[in-house]
Design a protein. Structure first.
Length: 342
């Protein structure tokens, strides 16, 4: 019997990026992402505006992804979409579109957890053909989550540690807002930090139990520090931007690795991956390589286009669910707080 090609359309709309991608037998044919500039002036994502922008973007983005993949709609094996977690108004747009599209084409529908998508992005076909071996630990760091996940199989994942308040990405974005740096602040802090001294200013590392994190105190600490310094020098932020960014970034990354190293040792795991928007951070990437050598880890760092939100990660997760024949009913609804473990 000739095996049929598995061609999955992935749709992602959980936050402020509308994305569609086509994956054929695990390899990318297209991955289109439309960012939403409307949020910049507000210093964060405005849910109502995000959902409206998704409404505008979803059809052109899907059309573009299918065209760029050079396939016909009828070639698709299934439609995979992000069911959650995320902003409900944003998720509704992608979910409704995916349901209608699957119904109209009479193709199976596949629901994907956004956080599992970030992790499974490591299985998108690449030239080296090297992928993480189970079990591995993935440190998933995004604007909404900071988790240490023990990945035992494609869909058997256990959260062994997580933030008890702000996510790492939020710690970057909120600090940027305090410093008058536009949203999303993470990439800009990363950029300014390149010219700064990471040891110039000292910020505290929260001591939290087990493999958990806390980042909200760090941001408050930065705020009080800047308020104090600006009493003497109104231009303190401008004059020290690179050093502040480098010191603050260094503290976040140090905090992240402290728990990751402990979790890897305690679980006797030496395959380590990172995922999510903050995994685009240059210090996080270089530290994973440096610490990975010391700890004798095999490390997996996603390419930049698969760090921040994208539909290729949803499509690859869909590929594995398709092989497992795990399909969703047409009356499925999004879940803003969808969990990766029951
Ligand atoms: O995964 P993602 O695109 O969306 C969520 O699911 O949240 O992550 C977005 C987050 C934002 O907080 C953004 O500031 C952060 O990832 N980010 C970075 C960098 N690039 C994106 N943080 C630090 N350094 C970067 N280079
Ligand atoms: Zn994400």
């Amino acid at each position: 019997m000739i095996e049929k090609d598995v061609i999955i359309l992935g749709i992602e709309s959980s936050c402020d990026d509308t994305s569609a991608a086509v994956i054929k037998n695990g390899k990318i044919l297209s991955n289109i992402v439309a960012n939403q500039a409307v949020h910049e002036e507000f210093g964060g994502v405005v849910p109502e505006l995000a959902s409206r922008a998704h409404q505008q973007n979803i059809i052109p983005v899907v059309q573009k992804a299918i065209k760029a993949a050079n396939i016909k709609k009828s070639d698709l094996s299934a439609i995979a979409f992000t069911r959650g977690p995320g902003l409900l108004g944003s998720l509704v747009v992608g979910t409704s579109f995916a349901k209608s599209f699957a119904y109209a084409l009479d193709k199976p529908l596949i629901e994907i957890n956004h956080m599992q998508g970030h992790i499974l992005a490591h299985f998108i076909g690449n030239d080296t053909n090297v992928y993480p071996q189970f079990p591995f630990i993935c440190m998933t760091v995004s604007g909404g989550h900071t988790q240490l996940v023990l990945v035992e199989d494609y869909f058997k994942m256990k959260i062994i540690g997580q933030t008890i308040d702000d996510a790492a990405g939020e710690a970057f974005d909120k600090a940027a807002k305090i410093m008058g740096i536009p949203y999303p602040g993470g990439p800009l802090i990363d950029k300014f930090a390149k010219d700064g001294n990471p040891h110039k200013f000292k910020f505290p590392i929260a001591s939290i139990k087990d493999y958990n994190y806390s980042f909200s105190g760090l941001k408050t600490n930065l705020l009080y520090f800047l308020q104090k310094e600006m009493k003497n020098d109104a231009r303190f932020i401008e004059n020290n931007k690179a050093d502040i960014c480098a010191s603050y970034q260094h503290t976040i990354i140090k905090t992240l690795f402290k728990k990751l190293v402990k979790a890897a040792k305690d679980h006797n795991v030496n395959q380590i991956a990172i995922a999510g928007g903050v995994s685009a951070n240059s210090l996080l990437r270089s530290e994973l390589n440096r610490i990975g050598k010391i700890e004798q880890w095999t490390t997996f760092i996603p390419s930049f286009e698969f760090c921040t939100d994208n539909a290729a990660m949803i499509a690859i997760a869909g590929h594995y669910k398709y092989l497992a024949k795990e399909f969703a009913p047409l009356d499925i609804v999004p879940d803003a707080r969808l969990k990766i473990q029951p």
